[in-house]
Design a protein around this ligand. Structure first.
Ligand SMILES: Nc1nc2c(c(=O)[nH]1)N=C([C@H](O)[C@H](O)COP(=O)(O)OP(=O)(O)OP(=O)(O)O)CN2
Ligand code: ZN
Length: 162
């Protein structure tokens, strides 16, 4: 085997790599008790960036050779846990009188999510981190999440901070 091939293989074995996939979903929410316009029911085109970290597979017989995780497998997890649930749903804090509004909307056939927290981007990104972490294979770690509410506003979760 030429020397450069050995060198390349050794370099790949040693490297931890971060993989990011981005998602979009449209979700309504209201911040009960908030002292601004976001106390009203309104919506956002949320953008979620999911970054995981791991070592690319080196087994030459593995169908996922060279991948930390197949982007498609990461997409399946995030779609099932978050996008498919939150897209075109409205999130309310179930610990507030908004629970009545939520019930009325649900009874009328609307897609409502009752959260156990105020649905700020901070709390939503914490919740999403827990949901994604539970679905990742043992050897792949959630590195960070970035949840963007508007062009100028986003919240980030980093494993290293928590
Ligand atoms: N720390 C947080 N502050 C606010 C949140 C939040 O989740 N965390 N959420 C809201 C509103 O839901 C909404 O996102 C408004 O955000 P804001 O950036 O203020 O949006 P604007 O369009 O008013 O801001 P521009 O600067 O005009 O883009 C409020 N605060
Ligand atoms: Zn908002």
């Amino acid at each position: 085997m030429p020397e450069w091939v050995t060198f390349a293989a050794q370099t790949i074995v040693m490297s931890k790599i971060r993989i990011t996939k981005q998602f979009n979903f449209e979700t309504g929410h209201a911040l009960f008790g908030y002292d601004g316009k976001c106390r009203n029911v309104h919506g956002h085109s949320y953008k979620l960036s999911v970054t995981v970290i791991g070592t690319p597979i080196t087994d030459t017989n593995h169908v996922k050779l060279g991948m930390v995780i197949d982007f498609g497998d990461l997409k399946k997890i995030v779609k099932e846990e978050i996008v498919d649930k939150y897209d075109h749903a409205t999130v309310f804090n179930k610990n507030t009188p908004h629970v009545e509004l939520a019930k009325e909307l649900t009874d009328r056939g609307h897609n409502v999510i009752l959260a156990d927290y105020q649905p700020t981007s901070e709390n939503m990104v914490i919740h999403f981190a827990e949901k994604i972490k539970r679905r990742l294979p043992e050897n792949i770690k959630l590195f960070s999440l970035r949840l963007q509410e508007t062009d100028s506003s986003f919240a980030e979760w980093y494993a290293s901070d928590n």
